[in-house]
Write a protein that binds this ligand. Structure first.
Ligand code: DX5
Ligand code: ZN
Length: 228
């Protein structure tokens, strides 16, 4: 994974056909996805349940590029090894998921994987200042985590701008997760984001049998972000 600030589109398979994950991963990559975003939810940290490490291991052979695993779980530490073994390239944990985020980020880095830090919409960036040299990615949640298809929270755009200034020239990605569309992508790209997660906006109108709309959606989001 070479570091670059070029725009990367990361479709969230939370919006994919749950009976067809392997084919969906191949389809979105064939249609131009840069990363594949996997939303892991535990029904405790967030009010929804999704994928365990066995599911991640099962889809790994169907992903050529980056598998970006977003852990919306608490506690996190007991499961880091399992998601690393499942083949994640990036493992992202929430700042709000426990009292020892520093230890969690160390544990992720110790597996040899890239370490991501996610911030809920209500969380400020002050705490991040002391973690900047131990993260490879900061995920700014632009919805409250738990579900796809929610409305983008505009107050987060200023947060992205401040975070971008705080990061300076460190090789740290800014990822945006939630409500990314052709309309909202330019706002966060202009503020300094480089990884755009999009679930409903990528998968809408398409299917494994008809994947061309995925490509059109990915190109439209990328073009809107790059024009910003
Ligand atoms: C929300 C997840 C997101 C979500 C994005 O908890 O982390 O990745 O699936 O979905 P959209 O793009 O539909 O908001
Ligand atoms: Zn996510």
């Amino acid at each position: 994974m070479e570091f670059s600030r070029a725009i990367k589109i990361a479709p969230s398979i939370l919006s994919a056909d749950f009976a067809n994950f392997g084919a969906e991963c191949r389809a979105i990559e064939d249609q131009g996805a840069d990363w594949v975003h996997v939303d892991v939810m535990d029904g405790h940290f967030v009010p929804n349940l999704t994928f365990g490490p066995a599911m991640c291991a099962a889809i790994r052979p169907h992903i050529r590029g980056v598998m970006d695993v977003h852990l919306m779980i608490a506690p996190v530490d007991p499961f880091i090894e399992a998601y690393a073994a499942a083949g994640a390239d990036v493992i992202t944990a929430h700042l709000e998921a426990g009292p020892h985020i520093h230890r969690t980020l160390q544990a992720i880095r110790n597996t040899g994987k890239k370490a991501g830090l996610a911030l809920n919409p209500g969380t400020g960036i002050e705490a991040v200042a002391h973690l900047l040299d131990m993260v490879d990615l900061i995920c700014v949640m632009t919805v409250n985590p738990g579900f796809g298809g929610q409305k983008f929270i505009h107050s987060q755009v200023d947060k992205v701008r401040s975070l971008r200034a705080m990061i300076g020239d460190r090789p740290v990605h800014i990822e945006i997760d939630g409500g990314v569309t052709v309309e909202t992508a330019p706002l966060v790209a202009a503020a300094g984001a480089d990884v755009l997660v999009a679930g409903s906006a990528v998968f809408k109108g398409g299917s494994v049998a008809n994947p061309a709309p995925y490509g059109a959606n990915i190109r439209a989001i990328r073009a809107a972000a790059e024009a910003a």
